[in-house]
Design a protein around this ligand. Structure first.
Ligand SMILES: Nc1ncnc2c1ncn2[C@@H]1O[C@H](COP(=O)(O)OP(=O)(O)OP(=O)(O)O)[C@@H](O)[C@H]1O
Ligand SMILES: [Mg+2]
Length: 454
């Protein structure tokens, strides 16, 4: 046993020693000269040892090293290489093993890179993705899918889809993908903390023999699209409604005028003035709609020019001052001298008119409206402050929406269409500026408008 555990070279050396000893015993039977015998045996021993060394170094050792290298490769260590100084067929074996190791290493790097790329793509696409095998077990869910349904990966992987997914429409899409073996499209609503709309796409997966191996399901978020669609519908409904009121009134009064005896000049005059008012209203509404649509155009351009704020206010304030005075409101302007900034002249004028007109319209008799203009770092800060009726907290986030009015009846009385602030916001944002509002009911409102200086 101990013999077997010795290093091979020692084992072979012992065997050679035994062979030499055996030849010594045989030769001693017929050789009397012991010196010659010893010399012969010594020569035999040296020759055999040299042969052993040659065989060991050129064949046994490289084969053992080759086996070790191959063992490493089998284990997956593709960096294993063979180093041994050999010649002949052994050298070619060594070269081929090293070449094989290099190819395996390249293959594994490529495979790893491809796997990483695929994972990156799957994890970073904006849609939810789920992979199901032909038996209905889930094999993969991406990050987006998890954030959508709020569970962990381990809650899905290895489970049957109908055990872990509650949405009926998703079940239906998966079943149809398996049933018809073709792409399926549907839309679903997912309710997490808020309602989200998704377009769901199911696609079957086939193997090379065209046998169904599973299905992949992709959920695209179309909430924004749905919102836009409903905004568009609301907008059309609102426009129609806003147009209907003055048109009904114009038609009603003109029909009465046509039917009635026109000798009653006072009534006729009264009706005509109503028609005139309503047509003015129509005109403002259409003008506002047109300027909104112009502002919304993708290529809507600003004509930027150096503006002197005081010059601009000289054009705006007189008209508004008159309007304020007729409503018993004091209009004050506090502005730093020489305030200059780069902006679109007519745009800024419209912003100021809309905000100041609101302040005057929504401030009762005896109130005060103040415009303060100042420089603030990279912005020009324009503040319009009033002591008016104020805006309830719940309405504050909505006042920039088109057609939104806190009190429809009151706004209509002042000729309002509910588009003024939507236009303001558009113009300011086109300038890369911002509008903020603070308000307290029955105390007053302050609009802060920031235009970048350049
Ligand atoms: N300074 C203010 N004080 C109180 N409420 C205001 C003030 N400014 C705006 N609001 C509220 O915000 C709503 C939207 O304002 P916006 O200017 O967009 O429309 P509008 O004044 O009704 O009509 P218009 O399109 O003719 O300006 C108003 O109807 C009003 O309820
Ligand atoms: Mg207004």
């Amino acid at each position: 046993m101990r013999f077997l555990s010795l290093k091979p070279i020692f084992r072979y050396a012992i065997i050679i020693f035994i062979i030499v000893a055996f030849t010594g015993i045989v030769f001693s039977q017929f050789m009397n000269n012991y010196i010659v015998l010893v010399l012969v045996l010594l020569t035999e021993y040296i020759i055999l040892m040299m042969m052993l060394h040659f065989v060991f170094d050129n064949y046994v050792k490289p084969i053992r090293k080759a086996t070790d290298t191959l063992d490493e490769l089998v284990k997956g260590n593709f960096r294993a290489r063979m180093h041994h100084p050999v010649t002949g067929s052994m050298a070619s074996l060594l070269m081929k093993i090293n070449k094989l190791a290099r190819s395996l290493s390249e293959l594994s790097i490529n495979e790893k890179m491809q796997a990483e790329q695929l994972t990156t793509v799957i994890e970073n696409i904006q849609s939810g993705l789920i992979l199901i095998d032909e038996k209905g077990y889930i094999h993969l869910v991406n990050k987006n899918f998890l954030s959508l349904f709020g569970k962990k990966e381990k809650d899905y992987i290895g489970y049957l889809y109908y055990d872990v997914l509650d949405n009926e429409k998703i079940h239906k899409a998966i079943q149809q993908t398996f049933l018809y073996e073709e792409k399926v499209k549907d839309s679903v609503i997912v309710e997490s903390d808020h309602e989200q709309y998704f377009e769901i796409m199911g696609a079957p997966i086939f193997d090379e023999k065209n046998i169904l191996k599973g299905a992949v399901l992709v959920l695209y978020d179309i909430t924004e699209l749905k919102k836009l669609e409903s905004m568009r519908k609301d907008f059309v409904a609102n426009v129609s409604h806003e147009l209907k009121t003055p048109i009904t009134s114009i038609r009603g009064f003109s029909e009465t005028l046509l039917d009635e005896d026109l000798n009653d000049k006072d009534t006729a005059r009264q009706f005509l003035s109503i028609i005139n008012e309503e047509s003015k209203r129509l005109q403002t509404l259409i003008e506002d709609l047109l300027s909104l649509s112009k502002l919304e155009k993708e290529d809507s351009r600003l004509e930027l020019a150096n503006l002197h704020f005081s010059e601009l206010m000289d054009e705006v304030i007189p008209v508004l001052k008159q309007q304020a005075e007729s409503s018993g409101i004091t209009l004050k302007v506090e502005s730093v001298d020489g305030l200059e900034f780069k902006a679109d002249r007519s745009g800024v004028k419209q912003v100021m008119i809309n905000v100041l007109a609101n302040a005057i319209n929504y401030t009762p008799n005896g109130g005060e409206v103040t415009l303060i203009a100042e420089e603030q770092k990279e912005y020009i800060h324009l503040m319009v402050k009033d002591t008016g009726i104020g805006i309830p907290k719940e309405s504050l986030p909505r006042i920039f929406e088109r057609f939104y009015r806190v009190d429809k009846a009151r706004s209509r009385n002042t000729g309002g269409t509910g588009l003024g602030l939507a236009i303001v916001k558009h113009i300011v944002e086109l300038h890369n500026g911002k509008v903020e509002v603070e308000s307290e009911v029955n105390k007053g409102t302050a609009f802060h408008i920031y235009f970048p200086k350049n």
